[in-house]
Design a binder for this molecule. Structure first.
Ligand code: SAH
Ligand code: SF4
Ligand code: F3S
Length: 375
C-alpha cells in the first residue's frame, strides 16, 4: 500500500507533512513519488493567499478520474484551508470523492480516522474550534540534512491581512524539556547538519507559559548541547526581536548568521493599518544592531504590496527601505483579500494591475541589489 502527500504553504506545513508521513507509515503505507500509484493521497493545504487556495481546489478536483479507476483510493484534505469551516463544508460538498476532511486541530486524530474510514467506509468531516499540544505526533524527517523542530504553534498577532491566527489558533509554546529532548535525539542520529526552529513568531516563545523561559534562553540552552550542528529559526517578528536574542546569536558559533525578518511595508501608515506594532525607525534600529554585532549577517524579508490604502508614496517608502537595508533576499507578495480578516473590509482596495506593477518593480530592485552585491 502506497501513500502520496501534496504539501502547500510554509515550513510549518512541510514539517506537518513529515508528521502525517509518520502516521501513514505506522499504518503500513509506503511513500510513492507518483500520485497515480497511491492508495492514499493527502492534501496538506494552505490558506494564506487566494492563489494557494485555488491551486489546491484545482488539484483536488483533478483526482476524480483516479478515484473512478480505483474505488479503494482514500483521499484526505487537511491543513489551513480546511480549518475554515465554510471552506471545509464546500470541499466536502463539491468533491464527493474526497473521503476525509479535517482542520488543523484534528490532525492528531488522523490515524484513528483513517482506520475508521477503512472499516466502515463512511466519509468523515471533523472540525474543532481550537486545539492543544500533541507531543505524540512525531515526524518522519524527509527534508535532507535539515531537521525542523516546532517550538510553538499558533499566532496572537492578528496582522489585519492575515488568516493564520484564525486557522492555527492562539500561541502555545512547547515545553522546553520536550524541545531539548527532541533536539538531543536529532543530534544523536548524526544525520542532520542544521536544526531549524519553527513558529509563526518564535520571539514570543514562552509568553504563554513563563515557566519555560524566553526565546533567547532557549537558543542558549540548545547551543549548550554537545554535538556538531548549526541552528537557525523562523519566523521573527520585528516587534518582539529582543537585544538578548541578537546577543545570543552573535556569541554562538552554532547559530547561523542569517535572519528572516519580515518588514511587510516601508510606510509607517501602512504598518499601522496592518497592525504590525513597530515603526520603520524601530525596524532600521534592529537592522543596525544586527549588523553592528554580525557584519556579514544574511537578511531576508517578506513584503506585501497593494495593501488597502497603499499610495504611490507609501510604495516609494517601501522601495527606499529596500535600498537602505539591501536585503539578501525578498519574498514579495501581492496583497490577497482573506475572508474574516480586518483588512477585507478596508476601503481603497488596490487594483490588480497596480499590484502587479509594484511587485515587479520590487523584484527588479532586488535583482539590481543582488547584482551589485555580487560584484
Ligand atoms: N508568521 C510569519 C509568516 C506568515 S505568512 C510572519 O509574521 O512573518 C508568510 C508571509 O505571507 C507573510 O510574511 C506575508 O508577507 C504574506 N502574507 C500573509 N497574508 C497575506 C495576504 N493576505 N496577502 C498577501 N500576502 C500575505
Ligand atoms: Fe500572520 Fe502576522 Fe501572525 Fe505572521 S505574525 S502569522 S503575518 S498574523
Ligand atoms: Fe499557509 Fe497555514 Fe502556513 S495558511 S502559510 S500553511 S500556517
Amino acid at each position: 500500500m502506497l501513500y502520496h502527500i501534496v504539501t502547500y504553504g510554509c515550513q510549518m506545513n512541510v514539517h506537518e507533512s513529515e508528521k502525517i508521513a509518520n502516521v501513514l507509515e505506522e499504518l503500513n503505507y509506503q511513500p510513492t513519488e507518483n500520485r497515480e500509484d497511491a492508495d492514499i493521497i493527502v492534501f496538506n493545504t494552505c490558506a494564506i493567499r487566494e492563489g494557494a487556495e485555488n491551486r489546491a481546489f484545482g488539484n483536488i478536483g483533478a483526482l476524480k478520474q483516479q478515484k473512478k479507476r480505483n474505488k479503494n483510493l482514500i483521499i484526505v484534505v487537511c491543513g489551513c484551508m480546511t480549518q475554515q469551516k465554510d471552506v471545509q463544508e464546500k470541499i466536502f460538498k463539491t468533491f464527493p470523492f474526497v473521503d476525509i476532511v479535517i482542520g488543523t486541530h484534528n490532525l492528531y486524530n488522523l490515524k484513528t480516522l483513517i482506520s475508521r474510514k477503512i472499516t466502515d467506509r463512511k466519509r468523515i468531516k471533523e472540525y474543532q474550534e481550537s486545539g492543544e499540544l500533541h507531543e505524540e505526533l512525531i515526524a518522519k524527517r524527509t527534508s535532507g540534512d535539515n531537521a525542523w523542530v516546532n517550538i510553538m504553534y499558533g499566532c496572537n498577532n492578528f496582522c489585519t491581512y492575515c488568516i493564520v491566527p484564525y486557522v492555527r489558533g492562539r500561541e502555545i509554546s512547547r515545553k522546553k524539556s520536550d524541545i531539548l529532548n527532541e533536539i538531543k535525539d536529532i543530534i544523536a542520529t548524526n544525520s542532520y547538519k542544521t536544526i531549524t526552529l519553527l513558529g509563526q513568531n518564535v520571539n514570543s516563545y514562552g509568553n504563554d507559559d513563563k515557566t519555560q523561559g524566553t526565546f533567547s534562553e532557549l537558543l542558549q540552552d540548545i547551543c549548550n548541547l554537545d554535538g556538531d550542528f548549526k541552528l537557525t529559526f523562523m519566523t521573527s517578528h520585528p516587534k518582539d526581536l529582543s537585544d538578548e536574542v541578537i546577543d545570543v546569536m552573535s556569541k554562538n558559533d552554532k547559530i547561523l548568521k542569517e535572519l528572516h525578518l519580515p518588514v511587510q511595508s516601508g510606510s509607517n501608515k501602512i504598518l499601522k493599518a496592518m497592525n504590525r506594532n513597530y515603526t520603520i525607525e524601530h525596524y532600521l534600529d534592529i537592522v543596525k544592531k544586527l549588523r553592528d554585532k554580525m557584519p556579514n549577517i544574511r537578511l531576508t524579508t517578506d513584503i506585501i504590496v497593494g495593501f488597502p490604502g497603499e499610495t504611490e508614496e507609501d510604495f516609494n517608502q517601501t522601495c527606499e527601505l529596500v535600498k537602505k537595508v539591501r536585503y539578501d533576499g525578498i519574498f514579495a507578495f501581492m496583497y490577497s483579500k482573506r475572508s474574516g480578516t480586518v483588512a477585507e473590509k478596508l476601503p481603497n482596495q488596490i487594483d490588480e494591475d497596480t499590484k502587479h506593477n509594484r511587485v515587479n518593480y520590487l523584484l527588479d530592485l532586488e535583482k539590481e541589489i543582488k547584482a551589485q552585491k555580487e560584484n
